[in-house]
Design a protein around this ligand. Structure first.
Ligand SMILES: Nc1ncnc2c1ncn2[C@@H]1O[C@H](COP(=O)(O)OP(=O)(O)OP(=O)(O)O)[C@@H](O)[C@H]1O
Ligand SMILES: [Mg+2]
Length: 328
């Protein structure tokens, strides 16, 4: 992650009052952004929230209906060429040519970027190595797995050496290992001073990568801050106990003050910071009453809870990563 001093730098991307509608459907309803150079910004939202629309406006693919945006110091509406020269975009859907090999795709990008032939070859070889694609360089992309294709997609964006990169859901559909590799690549870009604007549906991804996170819901940013700041805005964690039967559950519930219990799951949730002293006191109370719990889990608030609290509904998508519950 970039240092917090990044917030004092001039913004790489800024926007004020960005709005966009399709017919009478309001997609963006006044978005304000300020993203410092050399930082990672994550725009988080469920399907249809307007993430791709935001990327498309900032990367000059579509015009906004209202509001202003500047990227690399240029107005996206009036200085599109200058903006496009400064940015790289890895879209939500792969831009690679399936019939070409990985190497040919990269060389094509080098040509499109007007790199001299020799420089294009050097850059291509370098990127193939960096993305662990050297062995597959001469294979047609149609034979690639989703993860390889995603890596090639990003490599193609990097051919032009952009200082500002938009990544629209860079890891959707990747397995955990490929996701981690992608995260490492993104981190290394930022270490080189590149600014990253990424969209994601994965709260964990935003938590892992981003200096700042904004949550987009129904066309508005419903929250913006660091992962820590967002986590602080939500109710605390809890200790969850599971019992063998309903009568044990009820005896235990009577021992604690404000608890919620679930008779179907046979669980009791006790609000707690999840620290060791709190755990010990819960166990002492149970011991004192000779009640045994079958299982104990500590739930610390994560970004899933943030989303639920801020938007009043869970984030959609059935590929959501499992909630973080740690068993102690
Ligand atoms: N060209 C278009 N014409 C009409 N409606 C559109 C168009 N492009 C996007 N929309 C609508 O705008 C809304 C936001 O779409 P967008 O693609 O920005 O969402 P998203 O957050 O990227 O979603 P996802 O997570 O599924 O990629 C959706 O309701 C979509 O149907
Ligand atoms: Mg999208």
């Amino acid at each position: 992650m970039a240092s917090s001093s990044a917030t004092t730098l001039k913004p790489a991307i800024s926007a004020a009052g960005l709005s966009k509608s399709y017919g009478d459907k309001v997609v963006l309803d006044g978005i304000d952004l300020r993203i410092p150079e050399g930082s990672i910004f994550a725009l988080l939202g469920p399907n249809g929230a307007g993430k791709t629309t935001t990327v498309n406006i900032l990367s000059t693919l579509i015009p906004a209906d209202a509001g202003q945006a500047h990227v690399a110091g240029h107005d996206v509406a009036r200085e599109g060429d200058a903006v496009r020269a400064a940015i790289g975009v890895t879209g939500q859907f792969s831009a690679v040519d399936n019939l070409l090999t990985a190497e040919e795709n990269l060389l094509l990008m080098a040509d499109l970027n007007h790199l001299p032939r020799r420089e294009g070859r050097r850059r291509t070889a370098d990127l193939l190595g960096r993305f662990d694609l050297t062995e597959s360089a001469r294979k047609p992309v149609v034979t690639f797995s989703g993860g390889m294709r995603r890596k090639l997609d990003l490599a193609m964006t990097l051919v032009g050496d952009p200082r500002i990169i938009f990544l629209d859901e860079p890891t959707t559909g990747l397995d955990p290992r490929s996701r981690r590799i992608m995260w490492e690549i993104i981190r290394s870009l930022v270490a080189d001073g590149v600014t990253i604007f990424l969209t994601t549906q994965y709260l964990e991804e935003a938590d892992q990568l981003a200096d700042r996170i904004a949550v987009l819901d129904h066309g508005k940013l419903v929250a913006e801050g660091t992962a820590e700041e967002l986590k602080r805005r939500i109710p605390g964690g809890h200790i969850r106990l599971r019992f063998a039967d309903v009568s044990t559950l009820e005896s235990a519930a009577a021992l604690f003050g404000s608890v919620t219990s679930d008779r179907d799951e046979l669980t009791l949730n006790i609000p707690s910071d999840g620290g060791v002293p709190a755990l010990r006191s819960v166990l002492d109370v149970l011991d004192g009453a000779s009640i045994e719990a079958e299982a104990l889990t500590v739930h610390t608030p994560d970004l899933d809870d943030v989303f639920l609290t801020l938007t009043g509904h869970p984030r959609s998508g059935d590929d959501a990563p499992a909630q973080k519950e740690s068993i102690r």
